[in-house]
Design a protein around this ligand. Sequence first.
Ligand code: COA
Length: 328
Amino acid sequence: MKNVGILGFGKYVPEKIMTNADWEKLVETSDEWITSRTGIKERRFVVEGQGTSDLGVEAGKAALKDAGMTPEDVELIILATCSPDYRVQNCSSLIQKKLGAVNAAAFDLEAACSGFIFSLVVGQAMIQAGMYKRILVIAAESISKLIDMQDRNTAILFGDGAAAAVLGEVEEGYGIISSYMGTEGVDDGTLRIKAGGTLYPATVERVLNREIYVEMNGTDVFKFAVKALPHATKEAAKKGNIDLKDIDILFPHQANLRIIDAAAKRLGIPMEKVFINLQKYGNTSAASVGIAMAEALEEGKLKKGDLIALTGFGAGLTYGSLIMRWSK
Ligand code: COA
């Protein structure tokens, strides 16, 4: 089996900062409530005319630069997103065009906040199968365009951003060791956008009823997450014959500090080993784990040889984990 790992990595977040104080001006909330219930202090929002593809392109360029590659070197783009520029066509094709990745095929993978982990698993399998040598995996989201700006229960959680990884063969002893993907299918509004799809097309009435925005049962998602994150991480560790004590850094989906804290406790991983940056970006859905990894790299905290675990959960409900030895 080929050892598949990351040859280049990068992130991009939009410039506009939306603080808790900004939210206080829009809905009945407070910095104190948001900070104590979630850990989030601020998040980034795209501006009018900026789409998910624009974020993905910038993250993709950063990852290619880090890998010392050009867009022409990319053979396949896998984009993890649940906030594409258009309902139809795939957003990865827009990235392919804007990036000038003329030799690459491109498709989107929709697994909500688990999307980056799922995409890395798919990319790894395709390289191991001998189909491709260099795959650009991007996770990009502009959830700010999909939230109900009047709904304090949900809207304050989310932010926008992107991360990207160039996947390829790495030396023996490095790269992806094991992974686990899980799904607990629901169809009850636990976490979804109801209207605008084929079952409930976006009629004027549904738009006026605000059904085109994210709806969420926060309590149900919370309960799911505190079980799913540790379960996925334990399963991935078991498959890779890894002792969780040997994990150097855990990169959890940056949804809520209390969820991360509970998951880390269940895993017996001390919080000093858990990378957290949700205070700056909020929940950037599929992009959150990648943005956290990119920041750990920028801060010199993620180093060659580190054993790391990525773990996420999201709408669907999907969840997953991936363990790798960092190869750069
Ligand atoms: N500001 C002030 N008050 C708020 C608020 C806000 N932004 N949002 C909700 N409230 C209120 C609620 O209306 C409720 O009031 P009530 O008791 O009068 O009905 C009260 O705060 C408590 O709400 P509750 O739902 O019990 O809070 P919580 O401690 O469970 O925290 C979440 C709510 C959403 C932060 C939490 O459930 C959560 O993070 N869930 C997971 C969501 C998630 O991660 N989603 C993304 C998955 S990818």
